[in-house]
Design a protein around this ligand. Structure first.
Ligand SMILES: C[S@@+](CC[C@H](N)C(=O)[O-])C[C@H]1O[C@@H](n2cnc3c(N)ncnc32)[C@H](O)[C@@H]1O
Length: 501
């Protein structure tokens, strides 16, 4: 429907009801037929799409729980409500007022939480994850779901996160670093051609690129772009991604296919075609989430009937739970289907003397446990060292862009802990730790402004590198000068986000 804008509508203002009718009118009968008890029909759908979307954050397990995060928000005068139907998902999800910018707050910079639309947290919940599983996230960036998967596995074992777009992989790595994730290797490429040498995987998420119709509440300009032509263009790539996921899945394993679009062409029709082409080796499991008002998958669309089992898919219409729109299919590969051989593992190495770098950092910050005892340390480049979960075992192919977290620069003197390294290791530090208690000092640090903490605050620190904490949570690293001035090393790319509100 490109170019069909309702007169008087603008990219910023909510779309008019007539503009929604032009863009999504083809779903009217479908919605009214399938929504059941979940919602009151077309008018509610249109009204919901015209309202801004509530924000949502989840707490990073091991750093803060949902109640503590809610308390931090309450201190800022922000009411946060738990999302009942996300109970049991990794981290506790809290609903926040529409327009709330989580990334601008100190606790976000400190990796205590991640912002992710509530409905977008559902696919990982339906993956049925358990520690020890080998998991592939085929379309992973910017990584909210990868982080959920990684933490549901206890930050151990092997997750591969793939995406097509290099700049989006950089954003994904930034999120994983901030959240202290060490069990993920990233790969870059067309997921539809993902090498079989990487498999098999116990769980695969295909959070497919789609026409994103369900995100209209936070991306108003979409109203001009959606339509059946666009959906049909997306479908062939989506089929290729899902087919590849089935090949890479271990017999008896699970695949979750999800999109944030309403279009059956990108949802049930994709799943139906893949099911049909794999005749009997794949079955749909009922996708239900207790407490969530959802609708079943579509089984009739534009004169075409689909097998009744497509009704086991899950549709979320925006008005039913005050969310965006979403579609999820949960698939299980038959236990007797042919599988792939186990992959050749990627080798990791250290240069002579790299162990000394770890010892130096551990001594500098008074870490009681040697870093190598908790993590596996490896060197990818001359810049420095990465660490990862001890049992993280990515395959040799495809070549990983990165494995685990870059935690220490060794090409500078003295060697420097990265911000991600400080967020991960800082809680265990017993020396060279400087607590910035005052919100103004905390915010100056995050904005990279010079500051001079009170003598009492720096009494236990020698001049040199220090880990900066606020209320016991690590914020990053800084250099304490002899003058008493603290030079922030908080990453420039992150500091604009911090106003400390
Ligand atoms: C819906 S987004 C994924 C969102 C992500 N799962 C998350 O939760 O943050 C779809 C992603 O698919 C990627 N993509 C598009 N075509 C792809 C392909 N052929 N193979 C792999 N990734 C692809 C896009 O770059 C985009 O990052």
């Amino acid at each position: 429907m490109t170019g069909q804008r309702e007169p008087g509508s603008s990219r910023e203002a909510p779309p008019t009801p007539a503009a929604v009718e032009i863009a999504f009118g083809r779903y009217r009968a479908l919605l009214e037929a399938t929504v059941g008890d979940a919602g009151a029909g077309w008018r509610d759908f249109v009204d919901a799409l015209r309202r801004p979307l509530p924000a949502c954050v989840w707490s990073r397990p091991g750093r803060v729980d949902g109640a503590e995060l809610a308390d931090l928000l309450a201190e800022q005068g922000v009411a946060a409500d738990p999302v009942p139907w996300l109970d049991g998902a990794p981290g506790s999800a809290l609903l926040l007022p529409a327009g709330f910018k989580a990334g601008q707050h100190w606790w976000y910079c400190a990796g205590l939480a991640h912002a992710q639309e509530a409905v977008s947290q559902l696919p990982v919940r339906l993956l049925d994850l358990a520690p020890g599983q080998r998991v592939l996230d085929l379309c992973a960036a910017p990584g909210g779901k990868t982080a959920q998967i990684a933490l549901a596995l206890g930050n151990a074992g092997t997750v591969l996160a793939n995406d097509f777009a290099p700049e989006r992989i950089a954003a994904l790595q930034g999120n994983l670093d901030r959240l202290g994730v060490v069990n993920v290797s990233t790969t870059r490429g067309d997921g539809g051609n993902y090498p079989a040498a990487a498999g098999p995987f116990d769980r695969i998420l295909v959070d497919a690129p789609c026409s994103s119709e369900g995100t209209l509440r936070r991306n108003r300009s979409l109203i001009d772009k959606v339509g059946p032509e666009r959906s049909l263009r997306m479908a062939s790539r989506q089929r290729a991604l899902l087919r590849k996921a089935v090949k890479l899945c271990r017999p008896g394993g699970r695949i979750v296919y999800s999109t944030c679009t309403f279009a059956p062409e990108e949802n049930e029709l994709v799943v139906a075609e893949v099911l049909e082409s794999l005749g009997g080796r794949l079955r749909l499991l009922p996708a239900a989430v207790p407490g969530l008002a959802s609708a079943p998958g579509v089984t009739h669309w534009q004169g075409r009937s689909l097998p009744a089992e497509l009704g086991r898919c899950l549709r979320v219409w925006p008005h039913a739970n005050d969310t965006g729109g979403f579609f999820i299919a949960v698939l299980e590969k038959a236990p007797d289907a042919p599988g792939l051989p186990e992959p050749v593992p990627l080798g990791f190495g250290l240069d002579a003397g790299d162990g000394d770098w770890c010892t130096e950092i551990a001594e500098h910050y008074g870490l009681a446990t040697p870093i190598e005892q908790t993590y596996r340390v490896h060197r990818r480049t001359r810049r420095g060292l990465h660490l990862m979960a001890p049992d993280h075992a990515p395959p040799a192919a495809p070549a990983a862009q990165g494995s685990g977290m870059f935690f220490q620069r060794t090409n500078v003197r003295p060697p420097k802990l990265t911000t991600a390294g400080a967020l991960l290791l800082g809680a265990a530090a017993t020396r060279q730790v400087l607590e910035l208690g005052a919100p103004a000092e905390r915010d100056a640090y995050l904005r990279r402004e010079p500051l001079t903490p009170a003598p009492a605050a720096r009494a236990d620190c020698r001049p040199g590198q220090v880990i900066v904490r606020h209320r016991g949570w690590s914020l990053g690293v800084a250099v304490l000068h002899r003058s008493g001035e603290l030079e922030s090393l908080f990453p420039r790319g992150w500091s604009g986000a911090a106003t400390g509100a």
